[in-house]
Design a protein around this ligand. Structure first.
Ligand code: ZN
Length: 371
């Protein structure tokens, strides 16, 4: 069975070996342009749902009647054919899309957590409100809220205007990032402006790592090499609110101490470090020995995985940060423990040196806002 991506059909369909093929919108990154692709996920139940995510499929406003939402396995759901009403079609797509991207983001972090013996993510328990009509914070808003235990709660996507936040890869991955960050370190979820800025940066970096995971699932790994060779940086959800990027990690000007604005400083420190480590290893391993494309793909993925693990370690072990500079300094110190099993000791010290240099370069921006 095939999903009919070419004809823009969204699907949620049983494949062989317990795999489910599910449709989602790509990010606008790595040469993707928000088009529909299908990914394979494991352990997906009706809904779609699994032990960490469930969807609220009964919106009080009744955009979609229950009978039309048969997400049962083996049932190919053709939104465009079943319902002619445009609003309804978009809602159905959004449900599937939100689930697929939240799971992709979760899987990407869970995979790296397991490499460093962290099993905390098993406790994530999120209700996805893809069709939120209360819209707290405005019609373009999406937010994670903890309900009860850390990492438990809901992610709400306002659906009053189209296209809503629930059709944007980066927004969904970012909010899932908030839930993951909350679970990894509940103390960062307080009212501190610095923890808040770090949370926002974690969300934006989650959108990057989720899109890297997508690349490798799609067999498009060389796009990461091209991205890193071109300098990297995160342009979050371009086009969502006018202009180019909702946030741009390459922009240094006009940053205030408001959490979203200040978060850019940590995101830039992190992304530039990824770039420099990649450039260094590629320079050492690839040019001289001329090992070409497959080696560069390997280095790009290795670097991305290393930094995702570093982000996880940094998050877990941070407490009451005074500034983003202090968290970045802590990240540099954590590099040793992420490097622990690395055979090449010279690479270990090189990574530490690169991170320290980057920290110095960004010091004035990272330390601008103090708690
Ligand atoms: Zn956020």
């Amino acid at each position: 069975m095939e999903c009919e991506t070419v004809s823009n059909k969204f699907c949620f369909i049983m494949e062989q070996n317990d795999k489910v093929k599910i449709s989602m919108y790509t990010p606008k990154r790595f040469g993707y342009d928000g088009e529909i692709v299908d990914i394979d996920l494991l352990n997906v139940e009706d809904g779609p749902s699994d032990k960490n995510f469930r969807l609220n499929l009964k919106p009080k406003t009744g955009y979609v009647s229950k009978n039309n939402l048969q997400f049962s396995l083996r049932t190919k759901y053709k939104a465009d054919e079943v319902m002619q009403n445009n609003t309804t079609n978009i809602k159905v797509k959004d449900y599937i899309n939100v689930y697929a991207i939240a799971r992709l983001t979760f899987d990407s972090f869970n995979e790296q957590c397991k490499h460093i013996d962290i099993d905390k993510l098993d406790d994530l328990n999120i209700l996805l409100e893809a069709n939120d009509t209360k819209c707290i914070g405005g019609t373009k808003n999406a937010y994670y809220q903890r309900i009860g235990k850390p990492g438990n709660g809901s992610i709400n996507f306002c659906a009053k205007i189209m296209p809503s936040s629930s059709s944007y890869f980066d927004i969904i991955a970012h909010e899932t990032g908030h839930a993951i960050c909350d679970l990894l370190n509940p103390s960062l979820g307080g009212n501190s402006k610095i923890s808040g800025a770090y949370h926002e940066s974690f969300g934006d970096l989650a959108a990057f790592f989720a899109s890297v995971k997508l690349l490798y699932m799609q067999g498009d790994s060389f796009k990461l090499v091209q991205f890193l060779k071109n300098g990297g940086g995160i342009c979050l959800a371009p086009g969502f609110i006018g202009g180019e990027c909702l946030r741009d990690s390459n922009k240094k000007s006009k940053t205030s101490c408001e959490v979203h604005s200040n978060s850019i400083n940590f995101t830039r420190f992190f992304m530039k470090s990824i770039n420099k480590v990649f450039e260094h290893i590629v320079g050492e391993d690839c040019s001289k020995k001329n090992r070409g494309e497959s080696k560069m793909n390997e280095v790009a993925l290795w670097t991305s995985n290393f930094f995702q693990r570093l982000l996880i370690k940094t998050t877990i072990s941070s407490s009451s940060p005074k500034s983003l500079y202090h968290i970045a300094l802590h990240a540099v110190e954590q590099a040793k423990s992420v490097c622990k099993n690395m055979k090449k000791s010279n690479l270990k010290s090189t990574i530490e040196t690169i991170l320290s240099q980057q920290l110095n370069e960004e010091k004035s921006h990272l330390g601008k806002c103090y708690q």
